[in-house]
Design a protein around this ligand. Structure first.
Ligand SMILES: Nc1ncnc2c1ncn2[C@@H]1O[C@H](COP(=O)(O)OP(=O)(O)OP(=O)(O)O)[C@@H](O)[C@H]1O
Length: 635
């Protein structure tokens, strides 16, 4: 490459262009974050080099004291952020500073609305990184030399933040990266070194790497044109290694913004030194807002792993279960070897114990929040609840704890908001009730209005109303809470246990007997369209409903599997009729078997609509309905 010294010009990936545009137009009220981002990248570069040098110490060569240096030059209107970290090769420059390699980026950009306040929040969630340089710079030069590369293999990248960037091979005496910002006139305040220093102490004080600035020179030294002397302006002690009592809330909050690349303060955090069979420190944060890629289960961004204060890797997903993937922060182990790899982490006693310990920590932190600050917890639930619902399936050992954190809509209140906890439900339950009743449907309304709830309303029994896609999956893994089992109101025989008194039972038996002949007639008319026909004990206001047998797949589970492209055996429903209903009484009064058959089918279709939300052959339903309506209006 060294022979091609000419400049090559490359176009940015479309998303980079969009991001740059937004950055400049939406983040102007929060300009100073550019320094946090660039210093944090420089510190990451030092961490990466230190890690690589564990297996190849020659990479550090004679420049083993790692640092980040920040300086400004008012004459040339530049700010320079330098590090002697890992640097970048030409290919790395091309991909890191020309594209955005995160999956889902295009979807993310499609969410932007043009409303600057909203968009700036979204960009905050996306993580602005290197490109934030353009908030204050009209042009940026990056000079970088990768660790292990020769001085004449360094690369210069230059861009005005519009459509393109230039690349050329240059000579660079030292390893690492210099980022030179050509500051815009409206950001001239950042050319003041005091200003820069105060931003560094605000955001980067706790970084373990020294962030240095030039020592103020006196007139004599200036006249003698002495070489710049540098001094560290941050404390340089990794925050999590300090005593909890000595760390202020503001320090925790600023540290969060650096590790999580978030603009906002965290919702809560927990800092723990664990001693005993395994020794580690964890600093775990719950963000306020969901990251843009929360729904992508493959998403990166997990917990940073350190071993004895040496950074080992980002996104150590093995340290936190997937249903807690919104947790940010770090863990620093005293037991793992420094040369630990992702593979070793996969199946390791130490990792497992760190994961178990921190999972418990997060769950108890959330339980405490739910107890002490229910409103804040509700906000948390509204943001991350759906992810937490993956918990009971993924983490059987903590099922009970997770269940206690769940929130539901219920028939107790007239709102679709999920605010009812299982403890609330149990507290309201009568002594005679021994099950937790629930229904899963496509929407809150479909759940609320399902005819199967009629008897529960009549008897004043609360039913949880679930309508999220994940809910069926959740309920199929939750078997009990506080020794009370869960019962779907649309499945199997309805056994209300002691809630039903003897009189109810006798009445039911009498109704079944009295209606037996008609039940037979319905069964004959509907043939193999139903599994069986029986008299209901669920309905009070509707003529009929369908329910699944207790060993058959529930409607919602079948729908989920179908949506996932799986072949699902056709579920046959049990058709339940309400003999008290006038329509049913009139239908059984019909002598003409053909007409009776039409009505029976119509009742079945109606019940299917209420339960499934759709019919296999809606056109046939409509034409049958029209035919019957015509007969009724034919006077
Ligand atoms: N000073 C630097 N030295 C070496 N590599 C760097 C430096 N600055 C940036 N990079 C490389 O460029 C990549 C992109 O940086 P950028 O800040 O845009 O994103 P990020 O840090 O990966 O993500 P985010 O900031 O959203 O968490 C980094 O991952 C890193 O590989």
């Amino acid at each position: 490459m060294a022979e091609t010294r000419q400049t090559e010009t490359h176009g940015f990936q479309t998303e980079v262009k969009q991001l740059l545009h937004l950055m400049i137009h939406s983040l102007y009220s929060n300009k100073e974050i550019f320094l946090r981002e660039l210093v944090s990248n420089a510190s990451d570069a030092a961490d990466k080099l230190r890690f690589k040098a564990l297996s190849d110490s020659s990479l550090l060569s004679d420049d083993a004291e790692l640092y980040v240096r920040v300086s400004a030059d008012k004459d040339s209107k530049t700010i320079t952020i330098s590090d002697n970290g890992i640097g970048m090769t030409r290919d790395e420059v091309m991909s890191n500073l020309g594209t955005i390699a995160k999956s889902g980026t295009a979807e993310f950009f499609s969410q932007l609305s043009g409303d600057q306040a909203k968009d700036s929040r979204l960009i905050g969630q996306f993580g602005v990184g290197f490109y934030s340089a353009f908030i204050v710079a009209e042009a940026v030069t990056v000079r970088t030399r990768a660790a292990g590369a020769a001085a004449n293999e360094a690369i210069e990248w230059y861009s005005r933040g519009e459509g393109e960037f230039d690349l050329k091979v240059i000579e660079k005496a030292k390893r690492g990266t210099d980022i030179i910002l050509h500051v815009r006139d409206d950001a001239a305040e950042y050319l003041d070194e005091w200003r820069l220093k105060s931003i560094i102490t605000k955001y980067s004080d706790h970084l373990s790497i020294p962030v240095q600035m030039p020592k103020a020179a006196d007139e004599e030294e200036k006249a003698a044109d002495k070489k710049l002397e540098w001094e560290a302006v941050n404390s340089g002690q990794a925050l999590w290694t300090r005593e909890k009592a000595d760390i202020s809330d503001d320090e925790y909050k600023e540290f969060y913004k650096t590790v999580a690349h978030d603009f906002e303060d965290p919702l809560l955090w927990s800092h723990n030194k664990v001693e005993g069979t395994s020794e580690y420190t964890s600093l775990l944060y719950i963000p306020k807002r969901a990251p843009w890629d929360l729904w992508n289960r493959e998403q990166q961004h997990g917990i940073k792993l350190y071993v004895k204060r040496v950074f080992i890797m980002d996104d150590a997903t093995q340290l936190m279960p997937s249903y807690l993937r919104f947790v940010r922060g770090l863990m620093d182990s005293s037991d793992l070897p420094l040369n630990v790899s992702r593979e070793i982490l996969q199946d390791n006693k130490i990792t497992r114990s760190m994961r178990n310990g921190s999972t418990k920590k997060v769950l108890s932190m959330l339980s405490k929040l739910a107890k002490d600050e229910p409103e804040t917890y509700q906000n948390f639930w509204n943001t991350f609840g759906t992810v937490l619902k993956e918990g009971p399936a993924e983490d059987q050992a903590n099922q009970e704890k997770i269940a206690g954190l769940l929130r539901f809509a219920s028939t107790h209140q007239d709102s679709s908001e999920a605010t009812v906890s299982l403890d609330d439900y149990l507290a309201r339950m009568s002594d005679k009730q021994d099950k937790i009743y629930y229904i899963v449907a496509d929407s809150y309304e479909a759940a609320r209005d399902n005819p199967a709830l009629e008897i529960f309303r009549k008897k004043n029994i609360e039913v949880l109303l679930l309508s999220e896609r994940i809910d069926e999956w959740l309920m199929s893994h939750l078997s009990e809470y506080q020794e009370k089992s869960f019962q779907a109101v649309t499945r199997g025989d309805l056994d209300l246990g002691e809630l039903e008194d003897n009189a109810d039972k006798e009445q039911q038996e009498a109704a079944e007997k009295a209606f037996a002949e008609h039940t037979e007639r319905f069964a004959k008319a509907l043939g193999d369209k139903v599994k069986s026909v029986r008299v209901t004990n669920r309905l009070t206001a509707s003529p009929a409903c369908i329910v699944t047998d207790s060993n058959d797949m529930s409607t919602q589970m079948a729908k989920l599997m179908e949506a996932a492209g799986q072949k699902v055996p056709e579920t046959k429903y049990i058709f339940e009729i309400n003999p008290e209903h006038t329509l049913v009484q009139r239908v059984v009064g019909l002598d003409d078997e053909a007409r009776f058959g039409e009505w029976a089918q119509l009742l079945l279709d109606q019940a299917t609509l209420a339960e499934r939300g759709s019919l296999k052959d809606p056109a046939q339903f409509v034409s049958r309905l029209n035919k019957l309506m015509l007969e009724l209006t034919d006077v």
